[in-house]
Ligand binder design. Sequence first.
Ligand SMILES: CC(=O)N[C@H]1[C@@H](OP(=O)(O)OP(=O)(O)OC[C@H]2O[C@@H](n3ccc(=O)[nH]c3=O)[C@H](O)[C@@H]2O)O[C@H](CO)[C@@H](O)[C@@H]1O
Ligand SMILES: C=C(OP(=O)(O)O)C(=O)O
Length: 431
Amino acid sequence: MGQEVRYRVRGGRPLSGTAFIQGAKNAVLPMIGAALLAAKGRTVLRNVPVIEDVYRALELAEHVGAKVAFHEAERTVVIDASGLNDPELAVLPAEIAARFRGSVLFVPALMHRTGRARIEGVGGCNLGSRNLDFHYRGFARLGAEVTEDPERNHINVEASRLRGGRLYLDTPSHTGTENLIMAAVLAPGTTVIEHAALEPEVLDVIAFLSAMGAKISGGGTGLITVEGVEELTAVEHTIMSDRIDAGVFAMTVAATGGEVSLVGANLDHLGVARWKLEQMGVGFSQEGAVLHVQRDPSVPLRPINAVTSPFPGFATDLQSPLMALATLAEGESYIHEAIYDGRFALADELNKMGAKIEVEGTRAIVHGSTNLRGAEVIAHDLRTGAALVLAGLVAEGETIVAPGYLVDRGHAQFAQRLATLGGDVERVTVS
Ligand SMILES: CC(=O)N[C@H]1[C@@H](OP(=O)(O)OP(=O)(O)OC[C@H]2O[C@@H](n3ccc(=O)[nH]c3=O)[C@H](O)[C@@H]2O)O[C@H](CO)[C@@H](O)[C@@H]1O
Ligand SMILES: C=C(OP(=O)(O)O)C(=O)O
């Protein structure tokens, strides 16, 4: 039997001090995919989070023919994609690709560099239905031939002649927008993408591609225009900070009470989450690159209503920690998960800890406040895992959260950073 990572948490200590917010998972993954578009030179990515999804993305980059080096201490990745030109290697194998969502972001580089791609699996958090039809339909509108091999459950993409086209997204898909931009940057002619995503990570990816020589306008407006160029150059880029990591830390301080400085966090990137936390009783102040978060533990948290929606709406990735926090608020909180149809697996786990959460479809009512008690709970996905660690930090007794791999997919040195703030959290490996 293999080894399993678990988080062991004991509650009761307020948090204080300084924590560093990592580089953004959802920006670095598309950038690793985008780095493969450069046929010459070495791309240097800085402020790279040391998370499992990055390891998987780098394994995938090597698998398709790039040379990569991850200098973890420097949080720097160097990618040389000059050797990526063998169509036989243009395969996203299930054993790597099915372990994270960002694998789909490799398809544009494979199309441009080798003329084809075979997708044997795409993973990511299990949150209900997560389609990729906008990606595949968009590639097809740009001239690719996309076929399904239902027997093997593979998607084959042949793309010898991509060209600009007019595209529309039914909902402003985050990776969908990034993927269609990456498919368009080297396609001759003009591509227009309507109803594009506005997330800060999408804008960081556009900044990175623009530095590489891409011609992209309209980022952040919902209507993006791309003029295809002939080649892109390898450049150096510093990844923006991770707003979800910052939100999880802010909510954890809100839960335990205390005062914490989050280095690198940007209040503007929290969107509506900032206003919701303020309504609950959390104080924020931004001082340059440092975000101060404080909550007076002697004042009860107020309940909250939240509906998830694309940026600048309440981020779905912060919905789980918000649910955990709402169990501590005095009164009834209402949460509507409007992005995913299966993102409430956390409710049962919190109920094991003494919470009172009722779920009906994509709506949940959290009855607070409850005194949480430690339990063995399941991290069904990345943010469920982080939310259960948050709950464990206020619960009486010991909480064990597993599998820890899912937390490690997206939060770097999570236990160490919380421990630095005074939290009693350990990451343990058991066989
Ligand atoms: C690696 C990465 O960046 N992951 C983030 C990205 O995921 P991801 O990019 O996969 O999420 P999307 O924005 O695409 O998904 C939003 C919704 O649109 C639907 N949809 C999407 C694409 C498609 O082709 N067809 C379709 O129907 C999905 O099923 C989902 O219900 O944005 C999500 C929403 O902010 C976040 O939770 C994820 O952390
Ligand atoms: C849903 C998430 O990630 P992914 O899209 O990578 O599964 C997340 O980051 O919470």
